[in-house]
Design a protein around this ligand. Structure first.
Ligand code: NI
Length: 182
């Protein structure tokens, strides 16, 4: 399997609202194949989420998979999850700032405020509906990916643009400090 070519910031597809996946497309071979390739691509490039517009497909579809890593030891893992035609049903008032990056803007990080908790409705690849209540990092990742389906990228949400930094500086200034205590 090959990695799918990825779109990057500046590509207008990342700024458009993605189209809903039609009932016809659910359970189709082409959708199954696209999802497989999206998971493969996301894992190869080391992401926790990937939205279809990021691989040039203007569809309301994203894949998410969260694992604990040495730099994210606190996260609650999430098994491979496919979200199609998602809707945010409820949000917590409280927002928290945390670091985000995006596969469409490689080697850059920034502090992004996100709702601490969200309730999301989505369909899986067979069209079955799910409603999930998420908190913390999982809630953050879902918000980031759903933003992609609306044509929003994380820098649009940033309040402190001065926190924007390269991954190299991030490793030294943020991860370096955090990991020293271990
Ligand atoms: Ni992204």
């Amino acid at each position: 399997m090959k990695r799918l070519p990825r779109t990057q910031f500046g590509n207008p597809i990342l700024r458009k609202k993605a189209k809903k996946v039609s009932p016809k497309l659910f359970s189709s071979r082409s959708l199954k194949q696209l999802i497989k390739e999206m998971f493969f691509t996301m894992r190869r490039v080391g992401g926790v989420g990937l939205a279809a517009p990021q691989v040039g497909k203007p569809l309301q579809l994203a894949v998410i998979e969260i694992k604990k890593t040495p730099t994210r030891p606190e996260v609650v893992p999430l098994a491979p999850t496919i979200i199609i035609n998602p809707e945010i049903l409820a949000i917590s008032k409280e927002k928290i700032n945390d670091w985000e990056g995006c596969l469409s803007l490689p080697n850059v990080r920034g502090l992004v405020p996100r709702h601490k908790g969200v309730t999301i409705k989505y369909s899986d690849q067979s069209g079955e509906r799910h409603v999930v209540k998420l908190r913390g990092f999982q809630a953050r990742v879902f918000q980031h990916e759903i933003d992609h389906l609306d044509g929003t990228v994380y820098v649009d949400r940033m309040q402190d643009m001065q926190s924007l930094m390269t991954s190299k500086e991030f490793k030294v200034r943020i991860l370096g400090k955090g990991l020293k205590s271990k």
